[in-house]
Design a protein. Structure first.
Length: 265
């Protein structure tokens, strides 16, 4: 998991405007190995605006609020503390010129503006919540996929249901329930999510699932020869195999691979 960064504090003699916002963001992005196109794919901010931010050309934005909002989103996505960067941008762009209103001669009737309906407000809040959820899910998925590909693809160790008696095995949990709903020559794995996690499941050599499961979701698969799973957030997924509760197979954010096989015939 990527650690949150802390941008360098501005020098004591220059004020908040001396903080090089674009350099801080570009350096962090390059350290994470991300391109502007990859950031655009996650944040939906056009790459030309991201480039303008990194080059500190804040005048291209229609208003200071746009510049500060995009910088905040960009910084939070990169795992940086956003507030110092936003304040530095505010010191650069200010609040922007206020429009000059010129009233025509004569009396102008003033009509009250109707407030937005309650339904529109609810829909607007729902859209904002959905966008925030998708952004968070994309960020979590990026961190898990980054950890997954950085760790490589070592050969997974098989985990048979019944100990063979010839190899040392980890001490089993006491009072394990009997196998349920799986044939004698099959393996059945149930994954119950306690936190969002990326998964890949291959049953008998065929990929049957690849994607995310969220907290509260429960998925199950069965195979006759082998069932291989990759868990991107091992501390957030509880595993059961043929009725046996194996618990959490790793720490939060850890990528874990396991291959489960049926009991010996």
């Amino acid at each position: 998991m990527a650690a949150r960064g802390q941008p360098d504090k501005p020098s004591s003699g220059g004020g908040a405007g001396t903080l090089r916002v674009g350099e801080v963001l570009r350096t962090r992005r390059e350290a994470l190995g991300l391109s502007l196109e990859q950031v655009h794919a996650q944040l939906r901010i056009p790459a030309r605006w991201l480039r303008a931010i990194e080059e500190e050309r804040f005048e291209v934005f229609d208003s200071p609020q746009y510049a500060k909002g995009f910088v905040r989103s960009y910084a939070e996505f990169l795992g940086l503390e956003a507030e110092p960067l936003v304040q530095a941008v505010a010191a650069r762009v200010g609040t922007g010129p206020k429009p000059q209103l010129v009233a025509p001669s004569g009396d102008v009737p003033i009509r009250p503006v109707s407030p937005p309906s309650r339904l529109r407000r609810v829909l607007a809040w729902a859209a904002l919540a959905a966008a925030a959820g998708l952004l968070w899910l994309g960020y979590v998925g990026y961190r898990q996929l980054r950890a997954f590909y950085a760790s490589g693809e070592p050969a997974p160790a098989a985990t048979p249901l019944v100990p063979s008696g010839e190899e040392p095995q980890a001490a089993p949990s006491p009072a394990l329930p009997p196998p349920a709903m799986a044939g004698e020559n099959a393996v059945r794995v149930v994954l119950a999510a306690e936190d969002v996690s990326w998964l890949r499941v291959v049953a008998d050599g065929r990929r049957v699932f690849e994607g995310f499961i969220r907290a509260g979701e429960r998925r199950e698969w069965e195979a006759s020869e082998s069932l291989h799973v990759v868990i991107g957030n091992a501390g957030g997924v509880r595993v059961q195999m043929n009725g046996r509760d194996l618990g959490l197979l790793g720490a939060p954010g850890e990528v874990v691979r396991r291959t489960f096989t049926p009991p010996p015939r």
